[in-house]
Design a binder for this molecule. Structure first.
Ligand SMILES: Cc1cc2nc3c(=O)[nH]c(=O)nc-3n(C[C@H](O)[C@H](O)[C@H](O)COP(=O)(O)O)c2cc1C
Length: 166
């Protein structure tokens, strides 16, 4: 019956440098059998890590919105959206801002999460705000090591406990 229909959930993520956000997104999708898709920019970021840090700073400060590729899934057909962004200069990555500008999530249940390497700033708060829905559940910021950039700081147990609740 329609009213008892199981909620349709998709995991969306943007992951640029270390694949950290991708790894978390895939773990959620795998453990919960949810659909998953990446937010991808049409124009790839190139250059060294420092080059991308500098470009990212400029983009965040100027409010630049890179164009993103169309999705293969019909995003707005889902009831619940789990969305992950890396922290870029204390906020969310510009590609995620493009997504939030282009898709109206105001009637969706949203689980926002961010990954970061030492100082998350206001990234999780910005992601929550950008989703423009009152139905935010279980937001989470996931710290990675500032030196060893792809080493998660929280335990796998803590991560899986959160994933169980999604
Ligand atoms: C352009 C850029 C800006 C970043 N800014 C921050 C920051 O402000 N605070 C922080 O803790 N980590 C920052 N980082 C580190 C990333 O948030 C962290 O490594 C994240 O887990 C990367 O996710 P990804 O591998 O999915 O791209 C930045 C990384 C990049 C590339």
């Amino acid at each position: 019956m329609f009213f008892n229909r199981k909620k349709k959930t998709i995991v969306l993520y943007y992951s640029q440098s270390m694949g950290n956000t991708k790894k978390i997104a895939e773990r959620i999708a795998d453990k919960k059998s949810y659909d998953i898709e990446a937010i991808e920019t049409i124009k790839k970021y190139t250059g060294s890590y420092d080059d991308i840090m500098a470009q990212g700073k400029e983009e965040v400060e100027s409010g630049f919105r890179p164009e993103i590729k169309p999705f293969t899934h019909d995003i707005l057909s889902y009831d619940k959206i789990i969305i992950g962004s890396p922290t870029w200069w204390y906020t969310i990555a510009p590609a995620v801002s493009t997504f939030l500008d282009n898709y109206n999530l105001s009637n969706k249940i949203v689980v926002p999460f961010v990954t970061y390497g030492g100082y998350e700033g206001h990234s999780l708060a910005d992601l929550q705000e950008g989703c423009k829905t009152t139905k935010i559940v279980n937001p989470k910021s996931i710290q990675f090591d500032a030196e060893n950039l792809n080493q998660m700081v929280i335990s796998e147990k803590e991560l899986d406990f959160w994933i169980q609740s999604l």
